[in-house]
Ligand binder design. Structure first.
Ligand code: F6P
Length: 550
């Protein structure tokens, strides 16, 4: 059954939230803390190794109650059941959305078109396991009998970002294999990667759900041509494997059936790292760690399914996005992991969040009259403090921030870790409290400044504060906790889509540019071809053609 359609702004809860917003918008977080000594305790969710403190958000208990009221009016409970049981909730593409099935244990049953999909999920996992073990142990040899040393994942979008982010995040757990990623159709990308590689010891994993994506097929073809410059054709089967739903096209590309790792239509590209798309993750950190990643995600699925909305991390987190986007009119959210390992986390989330909820048509096909989607960005702390934090502290925009930190560091340098985490805590405190005029004056009093100098400097030194943050503190970065964290954001995306009454699982917006690029490509190849572009585009094309040296 498809999801219901209701305009959220027409609900009773929305109206109540609007008047509640008018009451609360001018309140300062500092005062909310002063007036409620249990605030931090009440607005923190503890779950497994997660400690999630929502208290530095511009909310009260009433806000949470009203937001939950909205979720209930939007039938979130029923929507969650439909999502997890495999209903066709991606109605515009007539598909179920079942990345959760990929991490479900063997005994579960989830039906798509009357067929339980779990046995097949585990069959593919077994194939990933056997292949991973053979490559890692050196039993799978290259054509010339040498063991594999390097893996190259060739894919783009969800067929790149998820595996690339996880491989980097879990590099502490990696084995002897070096993993590389080629995604951009920019020929310089693959050229820079292959120039360091020995074709005799490299395994290429071509990942494309559709196996029609221009970037991936171009890179796969060029890399195969590079490979064949030094290796015979018979060597291809030892060095190229593929992950796809499109078995026919993979075979036509020249990959043997036994080297194909299948995936299903109901796995969305941006949620596919749990499927065979995660093969490069499994190769990089070993199958057992891949399994732990899946297990962590499954645990978060269970939490999402079972916890009351008030105690439900993805639900509360999603409702806060709605609160800030639709009432405070904030446009972006920033994610700051206090670990260098999560360097690519925000980039990964950009596809998940913006490709899913960057929609302006509601589930009835009408143009929405309220904000949807959020701009998502971020970089690890402390680096980001020295880059863009100024704007968050003293700029004109309200930018809610997720701070992600870990109690333990992996290499165990306590001195560094204390420094790192003191910054995490200090930033959330500074963003909340700001600095008042009195505090600035107090600071000046110890310095030898004249009255007029103080007067001149004062306005620039004041920080308003009242900047919202959510502190996510996790015991340690492990495959399990990473799985939990990623799944948390996946479910947050789903909840937002339900509240905004949009379809989160299609991505038609990326198609138009792709189509136009095809036409223009023909024009670039053929000097006489012109397709009636606007003058700006035509001039750019002409300039490119006239000045290109090849
Ligand atoms: O950018 C659009 C998109 O369809 C993404 O959703 C997807 O992750 C990516 O292209 C790659 O698609 P494929 O895995 O089919 O090559």
């Amino acid at each position: 059954m498809a999801l219901k359609s209701t305009n959220p702004t027409q609900t009773e809860s929305w109206k109540k939230l609007q008047s509640h917003f008018d009451e609360i918008k001018a309140k300062h977080l500092k005062d909310l803390f002063k007036n409620d000594s249990d605030r931090a305790e009440k607005l923190t969710i503890k779950w497994k190794d997660f400690y999630v403190d929502f208290s530095k958000n511009r909310i009260t208990n009433k806000t949470i109650d009203l937001l939950i009221g909205l979720a209930e009016e939007m039938d979130l409970k029923e929507a969650i059941s439909k999502y997890l049981q495999g209903d066709i909730i991606n109605a515009t593409e007539s598909r179920a959305v079942l990345h959760t099935a990929l991490r479900a244990p063997k005994h579960e049953e989830i039906f798509v078109d009357g067929v339980n999909v779990i046995p097949e999920v585990h069959e593919v996992k077994n194939k990933i396991k056997n292949f991973t073990n053979a490559v890692v142990k050196g039993d799978h040899k290259g054509f010339t009998g040498k063991s594999i040393t390097d893996i190259v994942n060739i894919g783009i979008g969800g067929s790149d970002l998820g595996p690339a982010m996880v491989v980097e995040s879990l590099q502490y757990y990696t084995n002897h294999l070096n993993t590389h990623f080629v995604s951009n159709v920019d020929g310089d990308h693959y050229a820079e990667v292959v120039k360091k590689l020995n074709p005799e010891t490299t395994l290429f994993v071509i990942v494309s759900k559709t196996f029609t994506t221009q970037e991936t097929l171009s890179n796969a073809n060029s890399i195969r041509a590079w490979f064949l410059e030094s290796q015979p054709k018979e060597a291809v089967s030892k060095h190229f494997v593929a992950v796809s739903t499109n078995i026919k096209s993979v075979k036509e590309f020249g990959i043997d059936e036994e080297n194909i790792f299948p995936m299903k239509e109901w796995v969305g590209g941006r949620f596919s790292l749990w499927s065979a798309v995660g093969l490069s993750i499994s190769l990089s950190v070993g199958y057992d760690n891949f399994e732990r990643l899946l297990e962590g995600a499954y645990q978060m699925d269970e939490h999402f399914k079972q916890a009351d909305f008030k105690e439900n991390i993805p639900v509360i987190s999603a409702l806060l996005t709605v609160w800030y986007s639709n009432f405070f009119r904030s446009e972006s959210e920033v994610v700051i992991p206090y670990t260098q390992y999560l360097n690519q986390f925000a980039t990964y989330l950009q596809q998940g969040i913006m490709e899913s909820n960057g929609k302006s048509t509601d589930r009835d096909g009408n143009k929405v009259n309220y904000e949807t989607g959020t701009l998502i960005w971020g970089e690890p702390g402390t680096n980001s403090q020295h880059a863009f934090f100024q704007l968050i502290h003293q700029g004109t925009k309200l930018i809610p921030a997720d701070f992600i930190g870990f109690v333990e560091s992996l290499h165990g340098n306590k001195e560094h870790h204390n420094k790192l985490m003191s910054n995490y805590f200090a930033q959330t405190e500074a963003l909340m409290n700001g600095k008042t005029e009195a505090e600035v004056l107090e600071e000046f009093s110890g310095q030898s400044l004249s009255e007029s100098e103080i007067k001149k400097l004062l306005p620039f030194k004041i920080f308003e504060g009242n900047k919202p943050t959510t502190s996510i503190l996790i015991k340690k970065l492990t495959p399990t906790s990473l799985g939990q964290l990623i799944a948390m954001y996946e479910h947050k995306i789903f909840v937002q889509g339900v509240i905004w009454n949009i379809y989160s699982y299609d991505q038609f917006g990326v198609e138009l540019g792709k189509q136009l690029a095809k036409t223009i490509l023909e024009e670039l190849k053929d000097s006489s071809s012109k397709e009636g572009h606007d003058t700006s585009t035509q001039n750019l094309i002409d300039y490119y053609k006239n000045n290109s040296s090849f």
